[in-house]
Design a binder for this molecule. Sequence first.
Ligand code: ZN
Length: 170
Amino acid sequence: MTLSFHYVKKAPPNADGVVTARARSLVAEMNRIYNEQTKIRFIRASQRVVTTIFAGPVTVGSHSVLGGSNLTQNLDTSTRLRILFVEKIAPDQGREIFASSEGFPGRNILCRDALKPGGPIVDAKETVGKVLAHECGHSFGIKGHLDPDERHLMHAKPKGEIIPRTLRGS
Ligand SMILES: [Zn+2]
């Protein structure tokens, strides 16, 4: 399962290189969650700085725009999943969005560096790795957050790492 990491942001102070520095540990964390329970193995295929002429705002509807070659240059289009780090994602129905997947299944995942606009960058690999692992679950076809058990990875606010049975065989 190949991943490409894209750095699409006007970096806030001290943010330069954060994504670069953490992508390896993020992939390791995602693999730690998936490897024991599934046959899925994540491979970091590439990591790029990309530029876009998309005027924004980035919302939960912007995946295919930002992840498309029409407006964004230097994308790695060869990987199964593209993770795009952005400066912010506009709130959706009043909720702050930290990460979002394109669909069920989907190809592009958006993730921002801070939980709240202007907030401190989240560089804890456990936090970001789990969020990305959750978004990958959607990208592999898990729709919604039907699981009421927060020990599950696909709970709306996952605290745990239990992966749905449908992904365990894939
Ligand atoms: Zn979700």
